[in-house]
Every structure is written in C-alpha cells, then in structure tokens.
Design a protein around this ligand. Structure first.
Ligand SMILES: *Cc1c(COP(=O)(O)O)cnc(C)c1O
Length: 459
C-alpha cells in the first residue's frame, strides 16, 4: 500500500475468537491469584497476549482448507511430499526431516554432533539450542557483534556475528572440535535483530575454509529477508524468497521451528545437504519422533506448514508484519518509554531498569512492569531479566542479569491496529503511574527455569 501511512492488514476476518473484557478490579484479583506471575494466569483472563509469537499465529483460510486435505497415511503421505518439496525448494537442501517442533530437531542434530569436548558457536544461541548443546556435554559460545549488546545503539544488522572472533575461536579450539556454527535469523534472544547477507557470507567462507558445519536457525528467515531487502545494498530488486534462498545456499543445513515463520501452531524440521549426516539423524528421528515421513506431525500439520511457508513470503504480509511491530515500538519510544533500538522483527523490548530507576534490581523492575501492564490493560508479556536469568552467590545474594527487559512478542496475523492503539494507551497510564510502581520479592521458586513457576509478593 504505497502512499498511505495506515498499516493495511492484508487479510479480513472470517472467524472470530472472543476476548473477555475485564475490569481493573478483576485483574487485580486474578494477578494476586497467579502470585504476580503471568505464566500462572489462565489465558481467558488475558485481553492482549504478548507472551510469545511462537505457535500463536492465526492460520489462513487456505491453511485450514489444506488441513481438511491432510493425508494421514503412516508412510509416504501426500502431505509429507508437499511439505518436503516446499522445504527443498526454499532451502535447496536435499534431505528433509520433519519434527514436532524446533527443539526436537536441535536435540537430534546437536545431540549427534555434540558431546564432551565439542564447541558450538552462534551469534546468540536460543535457550533451547543452548540447552540441547549443553545437555550433550558440549559448550555453546555466543559471539554477536558489540553493537548487538547495547540496547540504545543503532545498527542496521544488530544480529550479525563477530567474524573476527569466529576465526579466533575456531583456531583456538581446533576446527575438528567445532560441532557447528549456528547463525540465528533473526537473532531471537538478541532482540529479534536481523543478520545481513554480507555477514552470512563471511561466516560461510570461514566455515568452508576450516571445514566446519554451518547451520541456519531459520525460525524467522522471512522476517530477516525483509530487513535485508530494505537495509542492505543490492537486494532491493530481489523477492523476499530469493533472499532467503540465497542465504540457505550458503549453509550445510537448517533447523526451523515452524511455530514462527511457517505460520502454524505446531511443527518443525531439520534440513541437510550431507547424506551421511542426514542418515544418522534419520535413525535418531525414527527412534524418538516418528517415521521419516511424518516425524511426530499429523498429515494435516504438514499440509499447513507447506502452505504457511509460501504465505509468509508474501510482500504485503511481510510489510504489515514488520511495520506493525515497528509502529508499536516507535510510538512507545516517542512517548518516552525506553525501548531497545532499532525495533526487531517479532517483538518490542522495554528497558525496565531505565523506566523504573527507583526499583532496585533485586526487586525485579521488569516483573513490576509485567504486573503493571496486566493490571492496567490485561496485557500479558514476559520479563527477560533477573527473574529469568538471575542467580545467587554463596551468601544467597542475587547476581542480577546484565539487563532488565520486558518483551512484548507480537503473534502473527492475530491483533489489529486498534488492539495496538489500545496497548499504546495502556503505556500512557504506565507512565502516569510510574512513581507508584512497586517492586516484588520471590516467595517460592523451583531450582531450574524459575520464571515459569515462581511465586511473588508485592513490596
Ligand atoms: C522457538 C525457537 C527455537 C525452538 O523451537 P520450538 O519449536 O519452541 O521447540 C529454536 N530457535 C529459535 C531461534 C527459536 O525462536
């Protein structure tokens, strides 16, 4: 929609899912019942759910129609052929393994290539990626460029890998000990920031020189292609799909959680060039996921993935997707809300330490904002700070996370411009109420991944 300021949603609504509108008083009560932890809230008490963009997409009428055509045969299903061909066409990789989600593909590939003494190198390993690598006994090292670690510094490709460090690390560890180099596009844990084609090419060249595997964690490869087309010289006249294909062509394999850019609620895959590696992974797939032509997916799921992988590269869809995320972020920034800059593809990150300078980190300013957003507007989101990553020293004192962020992850094709306008209005109230915000203390927590289940009390 050239020449218009309004973000035009390139779809109309055929089926609606009602949202229960609640009062502030009710939400105060629900929040208390959930011990101030939104992971413990029932979703029907949430008005705008920004907890994650994973598996929360709205499927199209074409995808739903495809599901009715799903072929549920155990072996060689028509839907499998369709999914496999869509992935081969996109990635250029000869061997495709279906999995029930991204982490299943990670467990198979990194479990096989990992083990004690091995090292994996990434711009930033996503948390399930790191967990699967470390569980195998291997180590995972993040080497995103310096700009990628600074929330307020502009760089067009803040997800880029530091290629100098990559070269150093490979020499230091010995190429034979590198399990693989993983480029995450966009860089999820680094704020959904994109990676440039030039960077992917430089990484590929180093990997090739040292004969080290190069994989793409391609969950948001279409969103990444949008940024390349609009920010990198030489890509203005290419289609988004051509850009993605060019990036895949540099790699030895890819892992995808289809719950992101394949626009479905469940699914994933592993694709590989090398036949021996693919065969080894296929054996593991059959033991734990399912036969090689469904790998834990229903035929109807595979049908929807095949269609979603086409739809996500639609020019109007991607424009709406990236612009609507940026719209929310830019409006918040203009109002004086401290946001990570520039805005990434799938989420807006708020710097809660800067927003609430009076709340000390051991009283969790991020969690305070998460609670405020729910209380004032029924918005659910997640703290990415000391609740998620904090540890204790021997004396039981909190070792805080370097940043106290709150993530507003935007589900695909789910909320309209009015919902986003509403969220902006809620933030106006957050700013007005800034001096009354209260920190929290943790009253109960599990040993691992505490953010999911820990309980809080307001101070
Ligand atoms: C979501 C995600 C994964 C894991 O996928 P699941 O489907 O949640 O298992 C891996 N890497 C990245 C970058 C992701 O965003």
């Amino acid at each position: 929609m050239e020449g218009f300021k309004t973000i035009f949603e390139p779809f109309k609504i055929k089926m609606v899912e009602p949202i229960d509108v609640t009062t502030r008083e009710q939400r105060e009560h629900f929040l208390k019942e959930a011990y101030y932890n939104p992971f413990l809230l029932h979703s029907d008490k949430v008005m705008i759910d920004f907890l994650t963009d994973s598996g929360t997409s709205a499927m199209s009428s074409n995808q739903w129609a495809g599901m009715m055509n799903g072929d549920e045969s155990y072996a060689g299903a028509r839907s499998w052929i369709k999914m496999r061909d869509a992935i081969k066409n996109l990635t250029g990789h000869e061997h495709v393994l279906p999995t029930h989600q991204g982490r299943a593909a990670e467990r198979i590939l990194y479990g096989y290539l990992g083990g004690k003494g091995k090292t994996f190198i990434s711009n930033t390993h996503f948390d399930t990626t790191r967990a699967n690598i470390e569980f195998s006994g291997a180590e995972a090292i993040d080497i995103v460029i310096e700009e990628g670690k600074r929330p307020d510094v502009f760089h067009p490709f803040k997800g880029n890998m530091d290629v100098k460090k990559l070269e150093q690390l490979i020499q230091e560890k010995g190429a034979e000990n590198i399990g693989g180099v993983i480029l995450t596009v966009t860089n999820n844990s680094g704020g959904g920031q994109p990676v440039s084609m030039a960077n992917a090419k430089a990484v590929a060249e180093i990997c090739k020189k040292h004969k080290v595997y190069f994989f793409l964690d391609c969950c948001r490869v279409a969103e990444n292609a949008y940024f390349i087309k609009h920010r990198e010289e030489g890509y203005q006249n290419k289609t988004y799909k051509q850009i993605a294909q060019e990036m895949f062509a540099l790699t030895d394999g890819a892992i995808m959680s289809a719950k992101k850019d394949a626009l479905v609620n469940m699914g994933g895959f592993l694709s590989l060039k090398n036949k021996e590696l693919a065969n080894a992974c296929k054996n593991l797939l059959i033991i734990t996921e399912g036969f090689a032509t469904y790998g834990g997916l229903s035929g109807r799921d595979m049908e929807a993935i095949a269609i979603g992988l086409e739809e996500v590269f639609d020019e109007d869809y991607l424009h709406y997707r990236i612009r609507s995320t940026a719209f929310l972020g830019e409006r918040l920034k203009n109002m004086g809300v401290p946001v990570m800059w520039p805005i990434g593809g799938h989420a807006v990150y708020i710097d809660a330490k800067a927003l609430y300078p009076t709340i000390p980190v051991n009283q969790y300013p991020g969690q305070a904002l998460v609670c405020e957003l729910y209380r004032l507007g029924g918005i659910r989101c997640v703290e990415i700070g000391s609740v998620m990553f904090g540890k204790y020293d021997e004396s039981g004192k909190l070792i805080p996370s370097p940043m106290e962020l709150v993530r507003l992850a935007i589900p695909r094709r789910v909320y309209t411009q009015s919902h986003i306008e509403f969220v902006i209005e809620v933030f106006e109230k957050v700013l007005q109420n800034k001096h009354n915000a209260r920190g929290l203390k943790i009253v109960e927590e599990p040993q691992f991944l505490r953010h999911f289940t820990c309980k809080f009390q307001e101070l």
